[in-house]
Ligand binder design. Structure first.
Ligand SMILES: Cc1cc2nc3c(=O)[nH]c(=O)nc-3n(C[C@H](O)[C@H](O)[C@H](O)COP(=O)(O)OP(=O)(O)OC[C@H]3O[C@@H](n4cnc5c(N)ncnc54)[C@H](O)[C@@H]3O)c2cc1C
Length: 491
């Protein structure tokens, strides 16, 4: 073996909330196997480390976004700082510190069937040196978007604007927005998070949206359950488990209602807004999306804070299309010109495909789009790799933990059958299966997904080849997958 290549059993890509979950389960489930996490950044936390815009917080409650094995003891919605602290405690409590190599950005992963190993090339971002590793198994916890890089649509004359232009993904340190006129472009989760906070200091904020978004104004009763239980006991493990279960049940009912009686749910969501903004506000125009509730993630505005800032005049809403940027602001297709000192784009992410890593399988470059995904966890033709991709509509971590457990079970099974290579492949009964796009856009269709759909793996019409987004289905299926099934090829 080449001395310069450090070998380890498993490499986990990324020290975000998912990578740390994988490390926890790997350490607990396979104490004799070696692993480390390669992380491009200089700290853990991923999303919660890189986002700095004012007010940045979770959208999910931390009883489900937090880990099942570490109770959440605070208010259900948490700031990035609180989530980072929670992840940091998990690392410390489970002695994972020495398993993380920071500043290691993986640029290439090459599989050799002859050696039954992955060969990994990483850029050490501080020393600019190239580091080489090899491993038996790769656990991809790369998240789904490029950190510190926002998506900016191709707007006409952007450079003509004389004020400051900022993307929420690339928030500058010490931005002075006191008494400034601000336009925030976008109305999704990020806009709903930051606008009420910016509004406290800014002169005025205009939320400019091309199309409306659905909002929730509470975490479906979580606060009440948690505080009632805290009155009874201080057993945080017990409280965490009960609140988590209750939230999951509430969510299941809500998500079911969204598909079974979408118009009723729409009516209820809009009614909450009408109660705050009054009958004279055109709620239908600004807050009634063309899609069904849950066809895109519903943004949270706790305590209806966004609508309270609109009601008190700190924030106004414009639903229109951008024609071009001007010296003083934005000219809209309707002919209206909005003036502002600062324009903030809350226009989303650029998705990363497998951590933007170049994958080579037995000397052939991998095009992920040529593969079919096995339950959104593995890909045909890609050996010894598990892909962690959480839920869009429920807490991401619920799925991340499930997949980490699956990985441990699969590795144990490989030991039992004395196998060094596992690949998934279509079965005989899949021969005539319909090949479909990765995610059914009738079900879920946010812009950041549609923009990369042509680079993503395919799915199939048989359930094993579907990337499911239903926790209630997967929680019973994934832990019980028959690893001796025809779709698993062990060598
Ligand atoms: C502001 C904000 C709020 C959110 N709120 C919620 C929420 O409330 N609920 C929810 O379910 N989801 C939420 N999300 C989505 C969120 O990203 C995920 O839920 C979750 O944090 C993702 O965790 P992760 O560990 O999978 O990925 P990330 O947090 O993205 O971490 C991935 C890590 O992998 C590293 N990495 C990637 N590629 C490489 C490479 N090639 N080499 C080395 N390292 C690499 C990255 O540097 C990063 O540290 C939110 C997203 C944002 C931006």
């Amino acid at each position: 073996m080449n001395k310069k290549i450090q070998h380890i059993d498993t490499i986990i890509v990324g020290a975000g909330i998912a990578g740390i979950a994988s490390a926890y389960y790997l350490k607990k489930g396979r104490p004799r196997s070696s692993f480390f996490i390669l992380e491009a950044l200089d700290n853990f936390g991923g999303t919660w480390y890189t986002h700095n815009y004012p007010g940045v917080r979770s959208d999910s409650d931390l009883f489900t976004f937090g880990y099942s094995f570490k109770p959440w003891k605070d208010a259900p919605i948490a700031t990035a700082k609180e989530i980072l602290k929670y992840i940091g405690e998990t690392i410390e409590e489970n002695k994972l510190q020495n398993h993380i190599k920071y500043n290691h950005k993986i640029i290439q992963a090459e599989w050799s069937s002859r050696e039954k190993k992955w060969f990994i090339t990483a850029d050490h971002t501080k020393s600019r040196q190239t580091k080489k590793f090899s491993c038996n198994f790769l656990q991809m916890c790369q998240g789904y978007y490029r950190q510190n890089q926002g998506y900016v649509p191709e707007w006409k004359n952007l450079k003509d604007f004389n004020g400051k232009f900022i993307h929420t993904e690339e928030w500058p340190k010490n931005l002075n927005y006191k008494n400034k006129k601000i336009i925030v472009i976008g109305s999704g989760a990020t806009a709903a998070t930051t606008i009420p906070v910016l509004a406290k200091k800014a002169k005025h904020i205009t939320m400019l949206q091309r199309t409306p978004t659905f909002y929730r104004t509470s975490t479906i009763g979580t606060e009440e359950i948690a505080s009632t239980l805290r009155d009874i006991t201080n057993d945080s493990d017990w409280i965490h488990k009960i609140v988590r279960e209750q939230i999951l049940i509430n969510q299941e009912i809500f998500i079911k209602r969204c598909s079974e009686e979408p118009e009723k749910v729409r009516f209820e969501l809009l009614k909450e807004i009408k109660n705050i903004l009054g009958e004279n506000f055109d709620v239908e125009k600004h807050f009634s999306p063309s899609y069904r509730p849950w066809q895109q993630r519903i943004a949270l505005t706790p305590d209806a804070e966004l609508f309270k800032s609109i009601a008190n005049g700190d924030v106004s809403v414009v639903t229109d299309e951008i024609d071009m940027f001007t010296k003083n602001g934005i000219l809209l297709k309707s002919g209206l010109e909005l003036h502002s000192d600062i324009i903030i784009a809350a226009t989303g992410f650029n998705m990363n495909v497998l951590g933007d890593i170049k994958f080579i399988i037995d000397k052939k470059i991998l095009n992920l789009k040529d593969t079919i995904t096995y339950r959104g966890m593995m890909f045909t033709t890609v050996p010894n790799l598990i892909w962690t991709f959480g839920y869009f509509r429920q807490a991401w971590t619920l799925r991340a933990e499930m997949i980490a457990n699956f990985m441990v079970r699969l590795m144990d099974y490989m030991d039992t059958v004395d196998s060094k290579k596992i690949t998934v492949a279509l079965r005989k009964k899949d021969e005539n299966m319909k090949i479909l796009s990765w995610i059914n856009d009738e079900e879920f269709n946010p812009g950041y997904l549609s923009r990369v759909l042509n680079k993503m793996p395919k799915s199939g019409s048989n359930i094993e080849w579907v990337h499911n987004q239903n926790y209630w289905y997967e929680k019973d299926i994934i832990p019980n997958i028959d690893l001796s099934g025809e779709e698993f090829i062990y060598e």
